[in-house]
Write a protein that binds this ligand. Structure first.
Ligand code: FAD
Length: 498
């Protein structure tokens, strides 16, 4: 096992894509085996040294940025251990924590399978995506990472190992989760009593529900409860083909009506010949302006665009193309300027377009050394138009530059405010807090997919109240008795001192 402390060698481990500055650590451990991970955890627990877990650093909320203690990285635990295909066409991949999502997706496709979770950024580690319960464009059809994790091998903060299989351990009637480690230590964890918001995506705070499965506690817990070492991932049959579209609109009402109809028809679809999007993504006019230097072909009259993907077979292709063209005509899309991609290369070009936006936004924040002000709230579908209007009117009234884009199919957009100076940055942060409160009052979540990390821990209190946070603290203390792991993530630190 290596330990590096030279600043030039560890600087990248003090950062992620949140642009949070000031991370520091005594050094980075590079563990090459599960037993080395256990050894480091045991030692940190014994000495009460904080340990921050590192994936590939693509997270957007400062989750892997350490503020004290040491960092644990596991880049060599990156093997795809097996891929199995079942007779019903589904499959299972067994992977180590630092397997790249991109590599897993490529490898399973060779078996005629797909791993559906697809955060737009594919150069993240599987462990990072499980820790964050990541989701993305295809979540509209397939749901988030949680739905695809069947087994986890975890190193607990004590260094003990535990295997958790979905469907084996559930919360009992006293609302406790009880499990034993490989060497027989018994843990008892009180399940929080708060209600999770009724939205299609939610990753803020610990998962909690009556009779919940133990595995769901660890998924989305942002590295605060254990180190994910290995996972069994559920795979689905790969669709024969897909086509995708980037559809421009000259009128925002038409665009929103197009989305509503596409969403409703997708949810109702019963047969393979009926229109059923697997992704429905939005770009506002400012997002298009942001992308214009790289994509000059964006039509001048466009005030917004929708990216969709549709799965198909040879026999359904004509019906589905007609259905989408009909929908575009009904809602007056700029059909002649829109981009329908039938080949994998063209589809990748549209995905690159989709990915270029958040990537360029992150670069903008880094370049201007501004702390990222990016919403990740989702609300119940019937409240979504109100929240979207509020984003637009309040940002315009405040004179902010902003862009609004993302997973409109799931009533979940990212508003990024781009402050031009420190006064605007302060006012933008205040407005962000207003939006958080508005989303919570609508029954929404403060984080639909990026997680809480360090950036949003203070807002979790607004969402779950002090009682909810204290219930999370009890979960944390039941598992991380020495309070060493990913301190500062999810739970605001002062609450851990109680
Ligand atoms: C351009 C861009 C677009 C994105 N789009 C989306 C999107 O559409 N949807 C979405 O959900 N996300 C999106 N993301 C963020 C995405 O969630 C993260 O990229 C990913 O989940 C983190 O993986 P990582 O390996 O980079 O982890 P890191 O950033 O290194 O870490 C993330 C968190 O996981 C913890 N962690 C890492 N490894 C482990 C482990 N082995 N055990 C326990 N905890 C661990 C870390 O401590 C940290 O808290 C986007 C990011 C970028 C840069």
């Amino acid at each position: 096992m290596q330990f590096k402390s030279d600043t030039s060698e560890i600087q990248s481990y003090l950062e992620d894509t949140s642009a949070i500055q000031g991370g520091y650590a005594s050094g980075v451990y590079f563990a090459e085996s599960y037993s080395e991970v256990s050894e480091i955890l045991r030692e940190c627990s014994r000495t009460q040294t904080r340990l921050t877990l590192s994936g590939n650093g693509t997270g957007t909320t400062g989750g892997r940025i350490p503020f004290g203690g040491a960092v644990l990285a596991m880049p060599k635990l990156n093997q795809i251990l097996s891929i199995k295909k079942n007779s019903d066409g589904t499959g299972t991949a067994t992977v180590q924590t630092s397997a790249l999502l991109y590599d897993v997706q490529q490898a399973v496709e060779e078996y005629g399978l797909i791993y559906p979770p697809d955060p737009t950024e594919r150069f993240c580690f599987i462990g990072g995506t499980i820790a964050n319960n990541s989701s993305g464009a295809r979540t509209f059809k397939y749901g988030a990472t949680r739905n695809y994790v069947e087994r986890l091998k975890i190193a607990l903060p004590s260094g003990e190992l535990v295997e958790i299989r979905r469907g084996e351990i559930f919360a009992n009637n006293s609302n406790k989760l009880t499990f034993k480690t490989e060497n027989g230590t018994r843990y008892e964890v009180p399940v929080p009593t708060y209600q999770m918001p009724k939205v299609s995506k939610h990753v803020a705070g610990y998962y909690a529900a009556p009779n919940m499965d133990l595995i769901d506690l660890f998924i989305g817990s942002e590295g605060t409860l254990g180190v994910i070492l290995e996972a069994d991932l559920k795979l689905l049959p790969k669709p024969d083909r897909i086509f995708s579209g980037l559809i421009y609109f000259a009128d925002e009402t038409n665009l929103l009506n197009f989305v509503n109809e596409a969403r409703e028809r997708s949810r109702r679809a019963q047969s393979l010949t009926e229109l059923s999007a697997r992704a429905l993504e939005y770009f506002d006019k400012f997002s298009l302006n942001f992308l214009r230097p790289k994509y000059p072909q964006i039509p001048a009259e466009a005030v917004g665009a929708i990216f969709f993907e549709q799965e198909l077979t040879d026999s359904t292709e004509d019906d589905l193309l007609q259905a989408w063209l009909g929908l575009m005509e009904t809602h007056s899309a700029l059909i002649d300027h829109s981009w329908i991609a039938l080949t994998p290369d063209e589809q990748q070009a549209i995905r690159d377009f989709r990915h270029a936006l958040p990537a360029q936004v992150n670069e903008w924040y880094a370049k201007f050394k501004q702390r990222k002000i990016s919403t990740d709230m989702a609300v119940p579908h019937h409240r979504f138009p109100e929240l979207m209007k509020s984003y637009q009117t309040k940002c315009e009234a405040a004179g902010f530059d902003y862009i609004l884009f993302g997973h409109i199919g799931d009533a979940h957009l990212h508003l990024n405010i781009l402050p031009k100076n420190s006064d605007e940055a302060k006012r933008a942060k205040d407005l962000y807090r207003d939006f958080i409160r508005e989303a919570i009052s609508m029954g929404g979540t403060i984080s639909a997919e990026h997680g809480v990390g360090k950036l949003k821990a203070e807002y979790l209190v607004e969402m779950f109240g002090e009682k909810g946070i204290r219930e999370m603290v009890r979960v944390k203390k039941a598992i991380d008795k020495s309070l060493i792991l990913n301190i500062g993530n999810v739970i605001p630190e002062p609450y851990l001192a109680d």
